[in-house]
Design a protein around this ligand. Structure first.
Ligand code: FES
Length: 164
């Protein structure tokens, strides 16, 4: 795809349930919130270097948690390499799919629409492409070998910023 996606192309992506905010359309079940307001997203033992697990957080937003194998800003775990982000590209919301080869280098992308790539070691900062903002980060807590989502940093694609 070159240039901005056409209305037809975006419609096809929506129809296929591929846009970031369309996690529910992908058949992905919302994660369950614990009584303390956190959301269990994965177990540490499920993640090897370069592995990722998809989840939805908050409801309706496709996200992933990955073990990069290289330390990352704000990373969790013994190697400070576990991070989580939304999958929607901040440029126009197109989906980005985690790939073990790029995750193992601490990178995410390219976006299928205009090829933006992001550095997951540097809080999801864009490396190249048309995106000018970083990925939305999902804050994680690690307790007893389990990873919990506790909030996000940034504004999910398509949503208006809120005060506070
Ligand atoms: S939607 Fe344009 S670079 Fe991702």
């Amino acid at each position: 795809m070159s240039g901005a996606p056409t209305r037809r192309e975006l419609g096809q992506l929506l129809g296929a349930g591929l846009l970031g905010g369309a996690a529910a359309a992908c058949g992905q079940e919302p994660e369950e919130e614990t009584s303390d307001g956190r959301t269990l997203v994965a177990s540490l033992k499920e993640l090897g270097d370069g592995d990722s697990i998809d989840f939805e957080y908050p409801e309706g937003h496709a996200a992933f948690v990955a073990k990069l194998g290289v330390s990352a800003e704000g990373g969790l775990g013994p190697d400070a390499d576990i991070v989580a982000f939304h999958k929607a590209c901040p440029h126009m919301g197109c989906p980005i799919f985690p790939d073990a080869d790029t995750l193992g280098k601490g990178e995410f992308g390219p976006c299928v629409c205009h090829f933006s790539r992001f550095d997951l070691r540097m809080s999801g900062r864009q490396i190249e492409g048309r995106a000018t903002q970083r990925l939305v980060r999902v804050n994680l807590e690690l307790e007893g070998g389990e990873l919990y989502a506790t909030g996000i940093e940034g504004v999910p694609f398509g949503e208006a910023p809120t005060d506070g």
